[in-house]
Structure formats: C-alpha cells, structure tokens
Design a protein around this ligand. Structure first.
Ligand code: S3P
Length: 428
C-alpha cells in the first residue's frame, strides 16, 4: 500500500486498542477458571482471535455481545480438539497454550503460519517435558506443528529460566496451576508479569520475591470481570509519531502502565521526550499519555530494561534515526527470534529510507538525525515493523513510500490506519 508522506503534524486524542498480552491471558484464565469471566476491552486482533479459536476447540463456550466477551470456564476439564489447530502468527497462543493444554492433559496439535512454524519452541517444550509432559516438535525438531500427547499427571519443577521470556514463564505457570506440588521459577531478568498478576486476580495464590516465583498447585481459579487497558506497545507508534513530527500534541487515553511494560517511556524520557502522564489510576496501573514534539538525543539501551521494551525496539530504532547523536541498543538478541529477525529487518528497511543504522549481533547502532527519503519497504510479514514503517513514512518530506505486507498490522492493531487518520492534521 502507499503510505502517507510529508505529514508534519499529529494532533488529537485516541484510545488505543486493548493490551494484547492481557487479552490472550484473559481468555486462557477464563477457560481455566470455574464460572463466568467477562472481558471488557478485548483486542480483536488476529493473534488474540487465534487464542479464542484455541479455547473454543477445547469445548469452552465463548459469547460475544457488542464488545464484551463472556467465557464459561471449564475448570480445566477440556475436550481434545478434533483436529490440528491453526493459530496463525501468534507466538503467545502457541507458547502459553502449550502450558495450558499440557497441564490439563489435553491431546492436541498446534501449528501456525510460516513465521510461527520457524520460531523456537524448545524453550517451552523443555520445562514442560521436565514436568512430565509429552510435547514434541515436527520430525524431532523444535518447530511446529507441535504435538501434545497424553501423559501422566505432571510434577512441579524448579526451573532457572535460560532466556528472559514472559511467554516461557507463563507456559510453566499455566501448567503449574494444574499440577500437584510446588513449582519454583527463577528469572535472571524480570519480564512482564501479567500472568502472575492475573493469577491473583482470578483468586489464585502465587509468591513473587527477588525474581523468583513460587506456586503450589493444583489451584481452582474463579471467573472474573476483566477490564483490559490500552496496549502500550500499540500506543508506542503514536508516541513516536507525535515526538518526531513538528507542532504535534496527541493524547493517548487509557494506556496500561504496568512497570514491566514501560521501559520505552523511561528511555524516551532520558532522550528528552516531552511525555506527560495524566489521569493516573495507580491501582489499575493505567493512565493517559500526552505526547508533544520533542528534540531528542541518542542514548544507550541495554541490560535489565530490554524485556521491559522488547516489542518497542523497532519503533525506538526509528526514533533514534531522528535523535541527535548515536543510539546503541545491546543485549537484545531475542529480537532475532520474533515474528521476523527484527534486528536485520529493522536495519534493512530503515536503511532503505536513508537511515544510518547498523545491525549487530545483539542490537542496533543508529546515528542521527537523518532525513528520511522515499522507498519501497516491507513489513516482512511483521505487524510491528509494518506500523513502524508507516510512522517512518510521515517523516519523508517528498515522494512516495510504498509498504509491502501492510496486512500484517491486523495481527495486533486492526484499526491502526483509522487511528492514524484521526490524528493526522489535514491541510484543507
Ligand atoms: C509476550 C512476551 C514477549 C513479547 C510478546 C508477548 C507475552 O515475548 O515479545 O509480544 O504476552 O508474554 P517473549 O516471552 O518471547 O519475550
């Protein structure tokens, strides 16, 4: 598709769609719990719809009225799906789903699109199989289609996480909730804690101390009413758009501000961004963000902050192309195994637009500021790259930017272009 260029201003107010991580988990916890769960603010992106399909294939009744989703929990008594389930592009459905299903003793096969079928799954299969599950990849590999076979009831484990991954941690927790005995998970670096928070919200017991998580199963969760805040990972694109275009001021309403997700705001503040948090609701960890055009300087992003902004690194790379000086992103090798290799794809697509950006083994080096120029770019089938490139196009002063693979954006933000249009100042 042809993108909008030469757009120097964004103003106005939007409410970004519901948080993707919490939307997935709301469905899975709703299915696992006893009784009714009502979800408000669910993200109807393709990834979360894949989780909905997975839950339905387990015999869970899910109703949708207006924008409210109601799930009638099965207390973990799921049926085996009658056929292999296609979960599209969704790594979260696959990884959390394997924990949920293995814990419940369900037999199933899960597969996805070409991207998902090449993403590493040993990181989830290894701890689940140590608990006694029988989860295996295609022809002895770690890749999907992934089969879960019937096993003996699982045992708790003590597990030192080799990668910083909330998906892996959550898969183990979903299994542990249904397993007799104690499970202890040690994280080297803290990752997003939505699963831990939601276990408590659904009436479960979990202890978190010094990057260690202790849970004793089995536990019977109870259905709840869930209000999902806006996704900071989706807000990130408009935060960047407003910072980088002149005379802009946008208000992004009802954004989730769980500290395990707000690394981007910390980095942007250090770069000199004018971002104000208003109407903060500390109990529910949400608020509105007012973002104004800003002059930014380069920075170093590394270490413990990386999991707190892992999904925002492509858009942060774009921001860095417009900041004064050098920005270095390190310790982000996990980007290589996202929906695409986000280190290489971010570097190659932004370079086509004229950015001074070099991929490294574990991150990116970006020198700015550089004016961006017209080009044909590709999302590589990756929603976050597609949205980053759409925001980049706003900065191109003359000519056309063409984005190949823009349809990938509907994975996490089906209304992205409508919301962008709402904020664009038209020169009529
Ligand atoms: C997610 C965790 C992160 C993130 C993904 C969603 C989650 O993945 O990149 O978009 O909902 O738990 P990893 O666990 O692989 O880091």
């Amino acid at each position: 598709m042809k993108l909008i260029t030469n757009q120097r201003q964004l103003t106005g107010l939007i409410k970004v769609p519901g948080d993707k991580s919490i939307s997935h988990r709301s469905l899975m916890f709703g299915a696992l719990a006893e009784g009714k769960t009502e979800i408000h603010g669910f993200l109807p992106g393709e990834d979360c719809l894949a989780t909905k399909k997975l839950c339905a294939s387990l015999g869970v009744v899910i109703e949708e009225k207006d924008t409210v989703i109601t799930i009638y929990g099965k207390a973990g008594r799921f049926k085996n799906p009658s056929q292999p389930i296609d979960i599209g592009n969704s790594g979260t459905t696959m990884r959390l789903g394997l924990g949920l299903l293995a814990g419940a003793g369900v037999e199933a096969t899960l597969y996805g699109d070409d991207s998902l079928n090449h993403r590493p799954m040993a990181r989830v299969m290894t701890p689940l199989n140590s608990m006694g599950a029988r989860v295996s990849g295609d022809s002895g590999t770690e890749y999907a289609p992934i089969k879960i076979k019937k096993s003996q009831p699982l045992d708790g484990i003590s597990y030192d996480m080799p990668v910083a991954s909330a998906q892996v941690k959550s898969a183990i927790l979903f299994a542990a909730l249904q397993t007799k005995g104690e499970t202890l998970i040690k994280e080297r670096i803290a990752t997003r804690n939505h699963t831990e928070e939601m276990i408590k919200q659904f009436g479960g017991q979990i202890e978190v101390f010094d990057n260690q998580i202790r849970i004793i199963g089995p536990q019977q969760l109870l259905g709840q009413r869930i209000e999902i805040p806006g996704d900071i990972s989706s807000a990130a694109f408009f935060i960047a758009g407003a910072l980088l275009t002149s005379d802009s001021q946008v208000c992004l309403e009802n954004v989730g501000l769980n500290p395990s997700r707000t690394g981007l705001l910390d980095v942007l503040n250090a770069m000199g961004a004018d971002i104000e948090k208003i109407n903060i609701d500390p109990h529910n960890q949400l608020g509105d963000l007012v973002v104004r055009s800003s002059r930014l300087t380069g920075t170093v992003v590394e270490g413990e902050i990386i999991p707190r902004l892992i999904d925002e690194l492509p858009i942060l790379a774009l921001v860095a192309t417009q900041a004064q000086g050098t920005t270095i992103i390190r310790d982000a090798e996990e980007l290589k195994v996202k929906e695409t290799n986000r280190i290489d794809a971010t570097a190659s697509e932004l370079a086509k637009l004229g950015a001074d950006i070099t991929p490294t083994e574990d991150g990116l080096i970006i020198n700015g500021p550089t004016p961006l120029k017209p080009a044909t770019v590709s999302s590589h089938g990756d929603h976050r790259l597609g949205m980053m490139l759409a925001i980049a196009s706003l900065l191109v002063k003359e000519g056309t930017v063409t984005l190949e693979g823009s349809e990938a954006i509907s994975v996490s933000y089906p209304r992205f272009f409508e919301d962008l249009n709402t904020l664009l100042v038209k020169d009529f």
